[in-house]
Design a binder for this molecule. Structure first.
Ligand SMILES: C[S@@+](CC[C@H](N)C(=O)[O-])C[C@H]1O[C@@H](n2cnc3c(N)ncnc32)[C@H](O)[C@@H]1O
Length: 337
């Protein structure tokens, strides 16, 4: 028989996780972890507060909570980042970067709060209804999927590697704020990007950020629904990252991607591999994706299992459809026109 205390632990563990997530978000936003990364001897809470012009008590509360979560180490009152935390929390170009995931789960509060009323009314919202913080957080998280795409997937697909090496005409569908496509251009400077998104504010941010990164001339921005995309041919590669499940008409969106490629071009669908069976949601990735499903429900869709993307690409006439399992939270389904 299961003890009451064992059942209580199933609630208390996640509750402590909430405290950790918020302390990590604050530690990042206040620059505390960045500061500790530059201090070889670490810093006391008072020293960190003085260096960053913060209140000492608040600073101590954040650092102590991160220490409790084993994200920071501590010796003689001096806090320092635990092993690998500088990469996981502070390096937005690392394949294992988690700073964007932290921001995303904190920004998800907008959905949880809205659902208090929308769960009864059944009303849905759309990207243009969301706070700038959500758009930024999703872009911060999304870029890591592109880093893994470049490091782990492209080397497995020689025609894609060759096209990028030659200077590909690359279509990014549902491009968001383009931090991911920017990585592709930085890795392959000959690349020309057609970046498509339906959200005007998102495209405005993307355009500004690409100019600031000195990449403005590599991008052409197209404000369109994927389903209405009016591009016939002219691309060697089309990528859609963590977005195809959001299409209002998913078959039509894949059809338009197919149309925008030249013969021989490749379509890469990078997605969350939602478990086929509800039982398989009982895992850390399963629980995280169940969290993402709240946002997806908020905009009237849901994450889908990998098999559905394979089916969609095959139905649209893509050849040699294959799957690369990247992490338990990322799968890439690819097909050739
Ligand atoms: C989860 S975000 C991902 C953004 C980007 N791919 C990334 O990884 O950072 C989804 C993006 O898709 C856009 N989007 C969703 N459905 C769309 C549709 N049917 N047509 C065009 N854009 C769409 C949203 O505006 C949003 O910017």
């Amino acid at each position: 028989m299961t003890e009451l205390s064992e059942q209580a632990a199933k609630v208390l563990g996640p509750l402590s996780g909430t405290a950790t997530v918020w302390s990590l978000d604050l530690g990042l936003r206040l620059g505390l972890f960045q500061h500790l990364a530059t201090e070889s001897d670490g810093a006391t809470a008072d020293e960190a507060a003085a260096a960053l012009d913060l209140d000492p008590q608040y600073t101590h509360v954040v650092l102590r909570a991160a220490y409790a979560a084993e994200v920071l180490d501590r010796r003689d009152d001096r806090y320092r980042l635990a092993e690998h935390m500088a990469v996981l929390l502070l390096d937005p170009d690392a394949p294992g970067y988690l700073g964007g995931a932290i921001k995303t789960f904190v920004a998800l509060r907008e959905t949880y709060l809205d659902l208090r009323t929308l769960a009864s009314s059944g009303e849905r919202e759309w990207w243009s209804d969301f706070d700038a913080e959500w758009i930024d957080a999703v872009g911060e998280n999304g870029q890591t999927y592109y880093r893994r795409l470049l490091n782990l997937v492209v080397p497995k697909l020689p025609p894609v590697a060759a096209a990028l090496g030659r200077g590909a005409r690359y279509l990014d569908l549902a491009c968001g704020v383009c931090r991911g496509p920017a990585k592709v251009v930085e890795a392959f400077p000959g690349t020309a990007v057609t970046a498509v998104d339906c959200d005007a504010y998102t495209l405005e941010v993307a355009e500004r950020e690409m100019k600031e990164r000195g990449l403005g001339d590599r991008f052409r921005f197209v404000h369109s629904m994927l389903e209405d995309l009016d591009i016939d041919g002219g691309h060697d590669l089309a990528v859609i990252n963590i977005s195809l499940h959001e299409a209002r008409n998913i078959e039509r969106a894949v059809e338009r991607a197919h149309a925008a490629l030249d013969p021989g071009g490749t379509f890469l669908v990078s997605e969350f591999p939602f478990p086929e069976r509800e039982e398989d949601c009982r895992s850390v990735p399963g629980r995280l994706m169940c969290g993402v499903q709240f946002f997806e429900a908020h905009i009237g869709c849901q994450l889908l299992p990998t098999a559905r993307f394979v089916e969609l690409l095959q139905a649209a006439g893509f050849n040699d459809v294959g799957v690369v399992d990247v992490t338990p939270m990322q799968v890439v389904v690819h097909g050739t026109k």
